[in-house]
Write a protein that binds this ligand. Sequence first.
Ligand code: NI
Length: 188
Amino acid sequence: MSILPIRAYGDPVLKKKAVAVTPEHPGLKELIDNMWETMYKASGLGLAAPQVGESLRIFIIDASPFGDEEPILSDFKKVFINVEILEETGKTWSFNEGCLSFPGLREDISRPPHIRIRYQDEDFNEYEEEYTGLAARIIQHEYDHIEGTLMVDRMMPLKRTLLRKKLNNITKGLVDVDYKMKFPLKKK
Ligand code: NI
C-alpha cells in the first residue's frame, strides 16, 4: 500500500464531477487500499477519490473516532461507490466541518439531518440505507466531493471573501500540514 498526496484546494480535479465506477475498473482494489492508508495517515474521517487525483465516484469513511459521542458510529467504516442521494430531509443544522484538502480550515456548514442513499460497496453489492446526524453529515460532505462541490461552495459569499487570503495560502502551500499533499501553486 502507498500513501497518496492529498490534493489541496485549487486543484482542478476537486471541481470536476467524478465518473461512475465499474467492477472492471483497473486497479480499483489497490486504489481503495491506498485511500485507507492515506486517510489514516492524515487522521481523516473520510476521503473521496478526487482528493487523491482520481475523478471517480468512490469515497471511504471511518467515523469510529466519533463512537464516544454517537455509539452508532463506533463501527461505521465503509467504502461507498456510485452513491446517489435519494432524499435529504429535516430542518438544516450547522456543524463545524473540516476537510483534508483545506488544512487548518474549519467552518460551520449547514445541511439537512437525514438522508436516504443508494450505493455499492467494494464488492459491488447494492444497498439502500438511511443515515442521520453525524453519519449523514460525513456522507454529505464526501458526496459533495464526487460532485465537485467543496466546503467553500457551501459558505456564504461574505464568508468566502473574508477567507480569501487563507484559501490562497492553501493553494500555494503556505500552510502547516503534517501529511503528504500536492498544492497546485506551490513554488518549487
Ligand atoms: Ni473533504
